[in-house]
Every structure is written in structure tokens, then in C-alpha cells.
Design a protein around this ligand. Structure first.
Ligand code: ATP
Length: 307
């Protein structure tokens, strides 16, 4: 049976919204996942990312989540542009259009920058984004390296909102390695601590140069424990200075993501705080960058509160 995913959408194709009439010119394929295909498109001179959904139901759930978020928050209003259906090769295909993020995944970003110290800035910016999401009553849930793009001076954006879950509900989409249920560390319930656990694993995955985390993937879930992750956090020189932070996130003792963000900030900026194998932030300019990113973050929050 042919499905629409067999249809090739060549560069230059015009995708026209049946209901809203928006016209987008396809430039190239950006990526493909379980839920759909994402293309770089242009409307006039402005680039966007356009996602076509394989499954109409899953696609609609992602659109609904983004619509709710963009009603609540100006930053997601700028992220999500519109949703519609297109006629392609005689088939009706649902799509939505979002901001194009000209970025790379965290590991690639660190490689290009040549300094692992950037992880402290990336971590801060991603935690801020999560805290904003949590403030509006949502949990991201499906945290993984593939769902985060890093651009410029460690600007961070979450892409793929298929897992977005209202606080208090059961988490429906997750990736085993990052899921606290698989590590026997708590329920699959949408609360701040669920995302903080996944965020901690993500930071370990991004800085793991020994591929230790990768080897855990082949282990049966019943044999996995939080202590294995804590040991990794202690042994890795890039996470050792934040060991206290990792302990709280992995054991689920933070009361909120705001509290987690404040401790991250404190530990990164605290000169005297050193982990057992910690070498400290090597580049002083990164501290300036970190401070600037905090100011930018505070400025953005003030702007949107006052807007
Ligand atoms: N806003 C964006 N800007 C730039 N690239 C994007 C954007 N959104 C998605 N992409 C690219 O498209 C790829 C697939 O997108 P996405 O993760 O949303 O698809 P998916 O089918 O939901 O994936 P998954 O199988 O992980 O659920 C991403 O890995 C990324 O490379």
C-alpha cells in the first residue's frame, strides 16, 4: 500500500494551505522522524520549518499543544505560525509551519565550539525554556538529544512537541533512556520532576565521551538504577562540579524547575564549588557569556510580562 510518506516533495514545490491559503516554497528536507517530515520552506524571503504529519491524529495533537502554548506565551506565539492541509499528488496532507531554527544538536554544537564548558550555558538556557513551559502548566516529556537545536551563542530551542502533556496527566510519549520510569526512579506522571530527570540524563548524554550511557541502553530496565547515573555524573569532569544538582534532579527532590534553575546558576557561577574531578570553567570569557545569557533570559521574561 502506498502512503503519503512515499510521496516525494521536490525542492521548488509550492505547498498551498487549503483553508488559510498560505503558500510556501519547499527548499529542502530538514529531517524525518516517526511522526512526520520537516522541510525548510520560504514564504517571500522568510524561511520557516514546515512539518507534514504522517498520522493525522498525532499531528493534530501536536498542533493543539502548540496552539495552546502560543495562546499562553508570546515566545511560542513567535515559534508557531499556522496549521493547514495541503493537496499533494491528490492526497490531503496536514501540515504546520513554525520558526526555522538554524541550529545543530548539542553534541555537534560542543564539537564545533571545541569546549565542553558551553554545556553550562546550554544547560542554563534549556532549563529556562523548561521552566517557562512548566509555568504554563505543561511538561515537555520527550526530552532527547534529537529534540533540541542549539544555535548562535548557545541559544536553545525545543522542537517536536508530540510529547507535550498537561501537568498531572500520564506521560504518553517518551524515550526509554531518558524516562525515569525505565530507571525505577518514579512514575510516568507529568510534573516538573519528570522533565528534570530527563534533562539530567540529557546533560550526561551530551557530555559522555566514554559512551557509557550508550552501553546502558542494552541493559534490561529492571537492572537500571539511579546510582549508575549518579556515578556517571561524579566521574565525568564536566558534570562533577554540578554533582549536587544532578543528585537532586535524579532523585526527584527539586520542588520546581525554578528551584532547579536557580541552583544550576549558583553552582556554575560559584568559583569555590568544585566537584571531586573538576577542573573548573576553563575559559573566563564563557563566564561573561553565561552572565549575558542570564541577563538576556531575565530581559526576555520582563519584556513578555510587560507586553
Ligand atoms: N523548527 C525547526 N527548525 C529546523 N529544523 C527542524 C525544526 N523542526 C524539526 N526540524 C528538523 O526535522 C527533524 C525531524 O523533526 P521532528 O523531531 O519534529 O520529527 P518527528 O517525526 O516528530 O521526530 P521523532 O521521531 O523524534 O518524534 C529534526 O530532527 C530536525 O532536524
Amino acid at each position: 500500500m502506498t502512503t503519503w510518506s512515499d510521496i516525494t516533495v521536490a525542492p521548488g514545490t509550492l505547498v498551498k494551505g487549503v483553508w488559510r491559503g498560505g503558500v510556501y516554497r519547499i527548499e529542502r528536507l530538514l529531517g524525518e522522524g516517526a511522526n512526520g517530515r520537516v522541510y525548510l520552506v520560504r514564504k517571500g524571503n522568510t524561511p520557516y520549518a514546515l512539518k507534514m504529519g504522517f498520522d493525522p491524529l498525532d499531528h493534530q495533537m501536536e498542533v493543539n499543544a502548540l496552539l495552546s502554548l502560543s495562546r499562553q506565551s508570546a515566545s511560542w506565539r513567535r515559534f508557531f505560525r499556522e496549521s493547514d492541509d495541503a493537496e499533494l499528488d491528490g492526497r490531503r496532507i496536514p501540515f504546520f509551519v513554525m520558526k526555522y531554527i538554524d541550529g545543530v544538536n548539542i553534541r555537534e554544537f560542543l564539537k564545533r565550539k571545541g569546549s565542553m564548558d558551553w554545556i553550562y550555558v546550554i544547560g542554563h538556557n534549556l532549563l529556562s525554556r523548561l521552566a517557562e513551559l512548566h509555568k504554563h502548566g505543561w511538561i515537555y516529556a520527550d526530552m532527547k538529544l534529537e529534540n533540541i537545536l542549539v544555535y548562535g551563542y548557545a541559544g536553545v530551542e525545543l522542537i517536536d512537541y508530540c510529547g507535550l502533556t498537561a501537568k498531572g496527566r500520564a506521560v504518553k510519549q517518551f524515550t526509554e533512556l531518558y524516562d525515569r520510569g525505565t530507571w525505577n526512579a518514579g512514575d510516568r506522571v507529568a510534573e516538573d520532576s519528570y522533565d528534570l530527570f530527563a534533562f539530567a540524563v540529557l546533560m550526561l548524554a551530551a557530555t559522555d565521551q566514554t559512551r557509557k550511557l550508550h552501553s546502558f541502553q542494552h541493559m534490561l530496565p529492571q537492572n537500571r538504577t539511579v546510582d549508575m547515573l549518579l556515578e556517571m555524573a561524579r566521574e565525568n569532569p564536566h558534570t562533577a562540579r554540578l554533582y549536587g544538582w544532578f543528585k537532586q534532579a535524579l532523585e526527584g527532590t527539586f520542588v520546581s524547575s525554578q528551584q532547579a534553575l536557580a541552583l544550576w546558576r549558583k553552582l556554575v557561577l560559584d568559583r569555590n564549588m568544585r566537584g571531586p574531578r573538576d577542573t573548573g570553567i576553563a575559559a573566563p570569557w564563557l563566564k561573561v557569556c553565561f552572565a549575558a545569557s542570564i541577563m538576556l533570559c531575565v530581559g526576555t521574561v520582563c519584556y513578555f510580562w510587560l507586553a
